[in-house]
Design a binder for this molecule. Structure first.
Ligand code: ADP
Ligand code: MG
Length: 574
């Protein structure tokens, strides 16, 4: 067989296989183009969930008449010119492929007005250019997606399913770009209307739209910077979790991203306060110098590669770990107070209170405003958050009175956390324990490299390993708190973390697992009678202890019944 050059239209169809998978991928590309064109308004019209028609209209910069044909050609872009432009690209697009790919598998009409001569121009599916009354901006109309690729068309799901995927893409974009008006219509009916007001209220509304009202009432706001990286956004309280990981939005430089490394960092941060099988909810925004990431990893640009992945992992883990550790009874009680009053506390950590700092990198710095006035009265300084003990119930619960009402504490769960956190602090230095008989294990060259690279870090973790050959290692010591019988498994797991992620929390997790069991055995058992003094002692320790709102297994340690709720039980005041 002889080799032939494929004609461009076939080459485009093949390329479209990668980036243009379904209607939602088309919507994503068109939205990104409108964002890159600086449009403050984007309208999306669908027919049959995008299968019949996808039309995206913006009020951006527009395209010059003479560039219309070029815009539809492959490798034609206005966004970069050189490889170094690519390295520092701040635009969402740069590959110059999307329009060409989409046009090769659909009937695409591109209409645009770039402000020159105040007239618009349109290019039809057969590349005929004609004048058009289009005002400043661009409209891309995509009809009959995949009509030319029956194999692809067969894989389309129902109208409803395709619509829902588009809805999800639009929702993520709406959260990322609160300063842009975005509407979505399907079959002539408007289904979404994201108004950009730039106000905090709108951002929260978009977030609520995505995750439900429960999230905004149970989320912590954060905004931390370090070493040129900034992490902001909202994470759920450990008590607000899901069985699925579907409500986890991550944005890198205002780009929707899926990333294993980041998912891992977040999961680890919650490890100590969440049941294994539960998933936190979050919308997190990472801003990082564009030259330290590679966005050109995947045709859909839904993945990035970090130059220093370890630094990114550790930064995200560190920020979240600390914030989750700091959530204490004080915060939760205040929040509870807020729920009752239907208003918001002046409390920087929680969602609305924290909104005074704009969390979005791409938001014009507006004047901070508070959405709701707090009608909650200032807390009485003398009364501790968990109040004072009244009695013990069935040998299981401590009943206490605080300024909101009745506090009910699960005595064992609370004490377990207090003991556990104390043990962790005491054991922070991970003393080494030499093995009586050093253990030789055979490994691959990647592991040997990692031992070379991380020998200092391993030492700090309490592990002493030497390299015996390019295929074997000798384990000489492991942390004293961990059982010798599992030394090999431990070291293998640690090394594979290091190979894959460049960092490891495994030692701490193992240690925490053991301390947690010790804490469980060392804590007050059910049916032990406690004096009022002992009960108050436990309440005060809880207030000072990190993560004390959850026991070591992620269950809550206390709950509050407010006076209003009690009144409700007795139909008082109705
Ligand atoms: P890329 O976005 O990677 O540059 P595309 O194929 O998506 O590639 O678009 C090609 C070019 O067409 C863009 O570089 C841009 O100049 C122009 N373009 C596409 N959509 C728009 C739009 N909505 N507004 C203005 N220009 C656009
Ligand atoms: Mg593009």
């Amino acid at each position: 067989m002889r080799i032939k050059q494929l004609n461009p239209s076939i080459a485009n169809q093949i390329a479209a296989g990668e980036g243009v998978e379904r209607p939602a991928s088309v919507v994503k590309e068109l939205l990104e183009n409108s964002v890159d064109a600086g449009s403050g308004d984007i309208e999306i019209f669908l027919e049959q969930g995008g299968i019949g028609l996808i039309k995206v209209r913006d009020k951006g910069l527009g395209i010059a008449k003479d560039d219309l044909i070029l815009a539809l050609s492959r490798h034609a872009t206005s966004k970069i010119a050189t490889i170094s432009d690519l390295e520092s690209a701040r635009t969402l697009g740069f590959r110059g492929e999307a329009l060409a790919s989409i046009a090769s598998v659909s009937r695409l009409t591109l209409t645009s007005n770039d402000g020159a001569d105040n007239i618009g121009w349109s290019i039809s599916p057969d590349h005929e250019v004609s004048a058009d009354t289009h005002t400043r901006g661009t409209t891309v109309e995509v009809r009959d997606l995949f009509y030319s690729v029956p194999a692809r068309r067969k894989f389309l799901r129902t109208e409803r399913t395709e619509y829902l995927r588009i809805d999800e893409i639009v929702r993520k974009m709406s959260i990322c770009y609160p300063e842009i008006n975005i509407t979505l219509s399907n079959n002539g009916k408007m289904t979404r209307d994201y108004r950009a007001s730039g106000s905090l209220e709108e951002k929260v509304r978009r977030l609520q739209d995505a995750f439900g009202k429960g999230f905004t009432e149970n989320a912590i706001y954060l905004d931390e910077s370090k070493n040129g990286m900034r992490l902001s956004g909202w994470v759920s309280l450990p008590s607000y979790s899901r069985s699925q990981s579907d409500q986890q939005y991550f944005f890198v430089n205002a780009r929707v991203i899926r990333d294993k490394l980041i998912a891992h960092a977040v999961k680890r941060a919650y490890a100590d306060v969440l049941y294994q099988s539960r998933q936190p909810v979050f919308a997190l925004f990472l801003d990082i110098d564009p030259t330290s990431i590679d966005v050109n990893v995947h045709p859909t640009k839904s993945e990035v590669r970090f130059t220093d992945s370890r630094a990114v992992h550790d930064f995200i883990f560190g920020v979240l770990h600390k914030i989750l550790a700091d959530v204490g009874p004080k915060d939760l009680i205040k929040k509870n107070n807020m729920d009752q009053q239907g208003s918001t506390p002046i409390q920087s950590r929680f969602l609305l209170g924290g909104m005074s700092q704009a969390p979005y990198s791409n938001t014009a710095p507006g004047q901070p405003e508070r959405i709701f006035k707090s009608s909650a009265k200032e807390t009485d300084d003398d009364m501790p958050p968990l109040g004072y003990a009244l009695a013990q119930l069935h040998g299981l619960y401590i009943l206490a009175q605080n300024e909101n009402g009745l506090v009910i504490v699960d005595m064992h769960a609370a004490h377990e956390r207090v003991v556990y956190e104390r043990l962790k602090v005491a054991d922070e230095n991970l003393r080494m324990q030499p093995l009586l008989v050093p253990l030789t294990i055979s490994v691959g060259s990647a592991e040997v490299n990692v031992v070379n690279l991380f020998s200092d870090e391993l030492g700090k973790l309490g592990i002493d390993i030497t390299i015996a050959s390019d295929q074997s290692l000798i384990i000489r010591a492991i942390p004293a708190i961990l059982p010798v019988s599992n030394a090999e498994e431990l070291v293998r797991d640690v090394l594979s973390d290091l190979v894959e992620l460049g960092s490891t929390r495994r030692i701490f997790e193992r240690r925490d697992g053991i301390l947690s069991t010790m804490a469980c055995h060392g804590s007050v058992r059910a049916n032990r009678k406690l004096s009022l003094e002992e009960m108050n002692g436990l309440l005060r320790s809880m207030e000072e202890t990190s993560r004390s709102a959850q026991c070591n297994h992620g269950r809550p340690t206390f709950s509050v019944l407010t006076v209003a709720e009690l009144d409700g039980l007795f139909l008082r005041g109705r």
